[in-house]
Every structure is written in C-alpha cells, then in structure tokens.
Design a binder for this molecule. Sequence first.
Ligand SMILES: [Zn+2]
Length: 219
Amino acid sequence: MVTKLFKKTVDLIYPPICPFCESVIKSGQMWCEDCYEKFPENGYFTEFSKDYVCVSPFIYKEPFREAVLRFKFNELPQLADSLSEPVYRSINEFYENFEFDFVTCVPLSKKRFKKRGYNQAKLIAKNVAVKMNVPYADLLIKIKENAEQHNLPEEKRASNVEGVYQTINNEKISEKTILLIDDVLTTGSTLAECCKMLEIRGAAKVFCATITVVHNENN
Ligand SMILES: [Zn+2]
C-alpha cells in the first residue's frame, strides 16, 4: 500500500515518459502506442570482430537513437525499465537455447561514473538479469581513462580500448557462460575487448546484447 502510494506520488512529480518521444504515458506503461508501432518485428543479430556475436532490438536511428542518448546524457536513469524490456525480448529471440551463469556490463571509468552518477549499461544489465532470473555480477572494471570511442575514426578504436579493462570477481568468470550488455554496438571494439578479457580469465563463452546497433549503409 505504502509502495503504491509512493509510486503514485512519484508519478505526479515525475510523470512516466515514453523513452522514445518523451510524451507522458500512463503509470505501468513502458512506451507510447505510436512509438511501439515503429518497433521492428525482429531484433538484429550481428557478428563482429570475427569471434563475437551481439543481439539488439533496434537500429541506431530515430526514435531509438534519441532514446539511448536521452537515457545516457539527460540524467534519466528511470528509462532503464522501458529500454531493458526490448533487449530482453531480443535475448529470448536469439539466445533462447543458451543458459547464462551471469549477466554483466561494460563498465565506465571512475571519472565518468562520478560525472554521470550511473552506468547506463549496468542499469540495463541489472534489469535484464532480473527478467531472465540470472544473477548480475560486476566482472569488469575500467582501469584507464581513454578517448571517447565515438570521437575516433574506426581504425583507431581497437587500439584505444586495448588494456583499458580488467576483470574482477574472477571466480565468477572461469568456465562460465556470460551475457555482456552495453548500450550501443558500433564497430564492436569495446565489446570485443571486454569479451577477450573475460575469455582470458577462462569464460566458457561470452555473448553480447545492446539496445541499438549502428548499421552502415554498406552492411
Ligand atoms: Zn513515444
């Protein structure tokens, strides 16, 4: 009862909004009807960096691109609820035959985390873990501050992330099947580096999922 009342009060002060167009939605809804109509029928399965795969419900274009940016930069961590549901659906669509031991995420550096106050990928990963009934674990940390990937040309992105991540909680990595979450798949350099670090620590297999995937004109 208290929780319900609390939720109603919060809804009055911060009315729930559609993550894709910012229109006010009813409490309990995850997105508006108009945006839902724009959802692609199927998610996307991407092979990247030769060895790795990623699933994503959306292509990085409007209105989905804007939702990711809003979630990440406009201090709207509450959008994680709505954005994790399509990710979960894509995981079910493509990875239904796999059993995961842990869900984890691409970490932020301490500095970036301090500035933003939350890690958008972690919020999605934690929500997805609850939906999948698989434990969430922090398995990676970012030990070096590097240039932002989106500011770099494609050929410099792999070297920019090299040696930037380190594993933690290694007992939860060895021989385990891990689902790694991030917000956007672009060239896949970041995800590939994180997968590689987990595999060096003995992960049996690492699969990735993101909210959106960047599709170039030629692929
Ligand atoms: Zn909408």
